[in-house]
Design a protein around this ligand. Structure first.
Ligand code: UDX
Ligand code: UDX
Ligand code: ADP
Length: 465
């Protein structure tokens, strides 16, 4: 079977960029991305490419090339499903906030709604592809719904987890380390796998397209994220030892990274990992392990999260204790709110937890982030449900000028590793601050020696004094 039309349900950080690249690389396929969120779809259709709902370097030019040609964004979900030969499900799967598995299991509500909608609408055979990260064996649940509520048409379910990282999504999609496709071992399943392989083969070298059974594919995604997050927690655990012992975490990372068995990537100490995936996927893994009665396995992975929480808390604790045990009424400037550079995404960003802790100490926080808008930051705080919206807006202010944000501050906290922070006029910033002027570099990106020469009191994660 040759695919002529694709529908993707979910126009978020994964669905949007992924479909844009598929459309760009496969001009012979019509790709329609649909979402229940009408304002999001409107933003994807905005003539001003600066207003796309997802900021990713390079994404605007790809959308510009393909949109209106063979890439479409729409709220007409039924029509797109009906037309499509292949349907990607790329909706959010947040951690459950209620009931059984609360705080751990993935909430599959949105996935199930999609499956039911596909079943209701589809009048011809379709291939359904799981793009969202899902717990192992979700495919069978989807298949069950489709087969029992559908119009008697044939569905093949594939698992095709997305490994792109935000901030480098376009590069990761254009040049992936691998593409993973899981499907049934039956003849029909293998044929479905092949149709998806053929799509990726338009730009991905064949040897990088792996095919497995569905369960291996689903579990590989959780495993990859767990391993990556574990590396960050491991280097962060060492960062605390470095600070106590006088070692330098960057030197340690370099030394171990040259061991080819360890490798140099993903060894940057930080204020903690954030993002929509790591915590959610590990919690999900912990939940799965517990469901199987594998308590030691569950505890092992849970420690990655506990270490990450500790790293965020000790960063804010250190700010408070360094500022003479009180930040009450003091202005603390935040550079960065996004969970990493080159994205406007703030989900699980360590900045939120650090802000939460400092607000509990009655600090005044002023934030600058090059891509995150004020409404997003306030939404993140309001979501915590700990203060009224009015109080959040009075205690935390946002400005688009980093020099104003840092003016009259007692301390600066670097929460995101945006490149531009390195090139500020740090003398000018120093001159405008209260003295002693403190900097807490939670990303290890600033030149500590140069800042100390100016007069700053500088704390850098993982650097002993
Ligand atoms: C280790 C370090 O590799 C080496 O750099 C250091 O100098 C000394 O300690 P060694 O203990 O000799 O070396 O062997 P290594 O190959 O690391 O294996 C250690 C154990 O891990 C073995 O029992 C090995 O079977 C096991 N192992 C290793 C696994 O079970 N799986 C693996 O993938 C790798
Ligand atoms: C991650 C996976 O990398 C990706 O393969 C998967 O598809 C989705 O989850 P993402 O969360 O977008 O991607 O970004 P990533 O680059 O992995 O960073 C996650 C968090 O870890 C960020 O907060 C980042 O700042 C932090 N991190 C990463 C570190 O603190 N140190 C590092 O060395 C690497
Ligand atoms: P991700 O990072 O996984 O892409 P996002 O939250 O950015 O997650 O995007 C998921 C998108 O899926 C959201 O825009 C949401 O509105 C959309 N969505 C969720 N459920 C449905 C549904 N049943 N039908 C259509 N779109 C949905």
């Amino acid at each position: 079977m040759k695919i002529k039309t694709i529908c993707c349900i979910g126009a978020g950080y994964v669905g949007g960029p992924t479909m844009a690249v598929i459309a760009q690389k496969c001009p012979h396929i019509k790709v329609t991305v649909v979402d229940v969120n009408a304002s999001r779809i409107a933003a994807w259709n905005d003539n001003d490419l600066n207003n796309l709902p997802v900021f990713e370097p390079g994404l605007d030019s790809i959308v510009k090339e393909a949109r209106g040609r063979n890439l479409f964004f729409s709220t007409n979900i039924d029509q797109a499903i009906e037309e499509a030969d292949m349907i990607f499900i790329s909706v959010n799967t947040p951690t459950k906030t209620y009931g059984k598995g609360k705080g751990m299991a993935a909430d599959l509500k949105y996935i199930e709604l999609c499956a039911r909608q596909i079943a209701k609408v589809a009048k011809q055979d379709k291939i359904v592809v799981e793009k969202s990260t899902l717990p192992v064996r979700t495919a069978s649940a989807i298949k069950n719904i489709l087969d029992n509520t559908g119009n008697g048409v044939q569905f093949q379910i594939l698992s095709n987890p997305e490994f792109l990282a935000e901030g480098t999504a376009v590069q990761d999609l254009l040049n992936p380390d691998r593409v993973l496709i899981g499907g049934d071992t039956t003849k029909e399943g293998q044929a479905a796998i092949q149709t998806l392989v053929d799509i990726y083969a338009n730009w991905v070298p064949k040897e990088r397209i792996l095919t497995t059974n569905v369960w291996s594919s689903e579990l590989s995604k959780l495993t990859a994220n767990a391993f990556l997050a574990q590396r960050v927690s491991s280097i962060n655990a060492m960062s605390e030892i470095c600070e106590k012992s006088g070692a330098d975490i960057d030197e340690v990372a370099r030394a171990i990274g040259m061991d080819s068995r360890i490798g140099p990537k993903f060894l940057k100490a930080s204020v903690g990992f954030g993002g929509s995936c790591f915590q959610k996927d590990i919690l999900n893994l912990v939940y799965i392990a517990k469901t199987y009665g594998l308590n030691e396995v569950a505890d092992y992975w849970e420690q990655v999260i506990l270490m990450n929480d500790h790293q965020k808390n000790r960063f804010s604790d250190n700010i408070v204790s360094t500022l003479y045990n009180t930040v009450s009424g003091k202005k603390i400037a935040f550079l960065g709110w996004a969970f990493k550079k080159d994205t406007n995404d703030t989900r699980e960003s360590p900045a939120i937890k650090v802000a939460y802790n400092l607000l509990n100490e009655q600090a005044n926080i002023a934030v600058y982030d090059p891509k995150v808008v004020a409404e997003r930051m306030y939404a993140d705080l309001d979501y915590l449900n700990t203060r009224t919206e009015a109080v959040n807006r009075s205690l935390l202010t946002v400005d688009t000028d980093p020099y104003l944000v840092t003016k009259d501050a007692h301390a600066i906290a670097v929460l995101t590793e945006w490149d531009e922070f390195k090139y500020y006029d740090w003398q000018r910033i120093y001159d405008s601050m209260h003295k002693p002027a403190f900097i807490f570099d939670g990303r290890g990106i600033l030149d500590k020696k140069a800042l100390e020469k100016i007069g700053f009191v500088c704390y850098t994660i993982g650097k002993g004094s």
